[in-house]
Design a binder for this molecule. Structure first.
Ligand code: GAR
Length: 206
């Protein structure tokens, strides 16, 4: 089992607006998170989060998945970009791509993801919309360590939000997002801080 490491260099992977990236940037700036964002990588050149990174002088890269012939080839290029910047923890922040076993094995227990549902409920796309449609009364967000199985790795932190009868799917997504922004930097700090281990599916703090 690969446990904590001293490397506090983050590689943040995004596909879109990057509000979770922003929460990580903000937490590093205020000192709540003792880490350096070594690079932000997007798979789309119009990902809004790229501008958030550039604004604060963080290195960015665009790797368009459409330019690669296979997932393996794409993930190999991602691994290279992260390794050459000595990234110690990969943070998926709205990165809407499945990752190959090759990628997960290149960073064992060194990849985290934020997902907008209380996993294992509602994995995959649009977790908030799935929860709303299902009619749950409590929804939330999950930060988990990434394993090859989609949205199924050991859970680091979760936060719950109520679902009101008057909510639109957008209302619920907004409420969940506020919790995402709170728990993602906190979970990253926990992982970087050490003093944890993984037993089976369980992420345990000492
Ligand atoms: C967030 O809600 C995140 O939880 C979700 O995408 C959104 C990205 O927003 N991720 C997933 O659904 C992953 N399965 P952001 O670009 O503003 O951070």
């Amino acid at each position: 089992m690969v446990g904590p490491s001293k490397n506090r260099r983050l590689g943040v992977l995004i596909s879109g607006r990057g509000s979770n990236l922003q929460s990580i940037i903000d937490a590093t700036e205020t000192g709540r998170l003792d880490a350096t964002i070594a690079v932000v990588i997007a798979n789309k050149e119009d990902a809004g989060g790229l501008e958030r990174a550039r604004r604060v002088g963080v290195d960015t890269a665009v790797l368009k998945h459409t330019s690669y012939e296979s997932r393996e080839a794409y993930d190999g290029a991602l691994i290279n970009e992260l390794r050459r910047r000595d990234v110690g923890l990969v943070c998926l922040a709205g990165f809407m791509r499945l990752l190959s076993v090759r990628f997960v094995e290149a960073f064992p227990n060194r990849i985290v993801n934020i997902h907008p549902s209380l996993l294992p409920a509602f994995p995959g796309l649009d977790g908030q919309g799935q929860a709303w449609t299902h009619g749950v009364k409590v929804a939330g967000a999950t930060v988990h360590v990434v394993t090859p199985e989609l949205d199924a790795g050991p859970i680091v932190l979760q936060a719950t939000v109520p679902v009101y009868d008057t909510d639109t799917p957008e209302d619920l997504a907004t409420r969940i997002l506020m919790e995402e922004h709170r728990i993602y930097p906190e979970a990253i700090a926990i992982i970087l801080g050490g003093g944890w281990r993984i037993e089976g599916r369980r992420f345990l703090r000492e």
